[in-house]
Design a binder for this molecule. Structure first.
Ligand code: ADP
Length: 405
């Protein structure tokens, strides 16, 4: 089944075209990125498998035109990989917020669209863009079934004591205020792959997944189900991230707003886009820049790197206690997959309980499935590259196959 996977941001469309033969047998036919939609000068970067791609700069006024560009690239006589649009059998979308409406992927219909719309209120940066993406696909491919996969769905198994905030209960009832988490597709995927690689029975296992990238979250997974996760009502909560502050004393928010005379939107922007590595270092949101600066002796970059380890260790330690043990700790995403120093620093803090990694293996491990722990380590440690697009494609195939039967 040929499936187009779409990840729509407010000004971007990331795409991947997969030929799914089965859950584990598939080819990636093309991938690409449309950026700066709505700005005077947009860009499309298209990379077909096995041949040269292209980068084109042109104005892309809206998502519908962006989507048309993607489809045109896929059927282009030189750079394309398909004969016609008709070859696309289904489209799968990544959706950031599904709240407690969705505990799994769903086929798009009016009811699903309405619920994603309700969730816009508490994912204002993401869900409206996802809806634009779905409508843009409907406009260009009206007869192709579309499936939505939610970042929050995997976390729906949390118990009320894990997802409730100790605020007046009416705010949960009236405004849906609770922990939803994010990156669920990634946590689910790497925990399943990791269990297989480590020879664990997922249904009887205690796993902690550390998705450490530009956005970062840590999840406790018991018997294959999420019991706790560090992101909260929105992806802001939890640990330090590229531009997000993670957990802070909530009283800081009104305090700074009053001092700096800021509106709620301005404060939201500061906490989400101007904090984290960027805010603390004053220089960059990228972990590689932090490493380079710290090597030159930059004090703030050193604080950022220490805090990154510190925050992960606090979460992992807490989750070990919540599960009364751990069998496997997994690192994934941009930093988790590519930064051996961070993995080593986190594991060193767990040496007291017998966690031991092979430092040579760890030093070399980058972006490929690897067991990092030594055979005598009490806990297995693994690097598992995440693949959210594959999960979306699998779910899309599964759901679309059932409607066709
Ligand atoms: P996003 O959350 O946007 O998907 P990623 O998972 O791609 O982000 O993570 C981005 C982070 O990963 C950046 O801080 C970057 O420095 C780091 N990173 C990505 N690739 C590498 C690499 N090859 N070596 C070291 N760090 C990397």
């Amino acid at each position: 089944m040929i499936i187009l996977v779409i990840n729509c941001g407010s000004s971007s469309v990331k795409y991947q075209l997969l030929d799914m033969k089965s859950d584990d047998v598939y080819d990636i036919l093309a991938k690409g990125l449309v950026e700066k939609i709505g700005l005077p000068e947009g860009t499309i970067k298209h990379k077909p498998a096995g041949k040269e791609g292209f980068v084109r700069d042109l104005p892309i006024p809206d998502h519908k035109i962006g989507m048309k560009l993607v489809l045109d690239a896929l059927v282009d006589p030189v750079y394309g990989v398909l004969k016609s649009f008709d070859d696309i059998e289904a489209v799968g979308h990544r959706i950031v917020q599904g709240a407690d409406f969705f505990s799994g992927s769903a086929l798009v219909d009016d009811d699903v669209l309405e619920k994603i719309g309700i969730c816009c209120d508490f994912a204002p940066l993401h869900n409206p863009a996802h809806l634009l993406g779905i409508h843009a696909v409907s406009a260009v491919l009206p007869d192709v079934p579309q499936v939505v996969t939610f970042d929050t769905a995997f976390h729906q198994t949390m118990e009320p004591y894990a997802y409730m905030y100790a605020l007046p209960y009416e705010y949960y009832e009236k405004y849906h205020v609770r922990r939803y988490g994010a990156h669920g597709t990634s946590h689910q995927y790497v925990s399943q792959r990791g269990a297989k690689l480590a020879g664990l029975d997922l249904e009887h296992s205690k796993i902690i997944t550390c998705h450490i990238g530009n956005g970062s979250s840590v999840t406790a997974i018991k018997d294959g189900k999420c019991i706790d996760t560090s992101m909260g009502f929105t992806p802001l909560e939890g640990m330090i991230m590229g531009t997000r502050c993670g957990i802070i004393d909530a009283n800081i928010v009104p305090y700074i707003m009053k001092k700096e005379n800021l509106t709620p939107d301005q404060m939201t922007d500061i906490m989400n886009k101007k904090s984290g590595f960027l805010g603390l270092s004053g220089v960059s949101s990228d972990a590689r820049d932090m490493d380079a600066l710290a090597k030159q002796g930059d004090r703030k970059a050193k604080i950022v790197l220490k805090k990154l380890t510190f925050d992960i260790v606090k979460l992992v330690g807490g989750y070990i206690a919540e599960m009364n043990g751990v069998d496997l700790i997994i690192f994934t995403a941009g930093i988790g997959e590519n930064n051996p120093h961070l993995r080593r620093r986190v594991c060193e803090q767990l040496a007291y309980m017998g966690v031991k990694i092979d430092t040579e293996v760890n030093e070399k491990a980058r972006g490929a499935e690897t067991i990092l722990s030594t055979p005598d380590s009490t806990v297995k440690v693994a690097l598992i590259p995440t693949d959210e697009e594959l999960v979306i494609a699998r779910d899309t195939m599964r759901i679309v196959s059932t409607i066709e039967e």
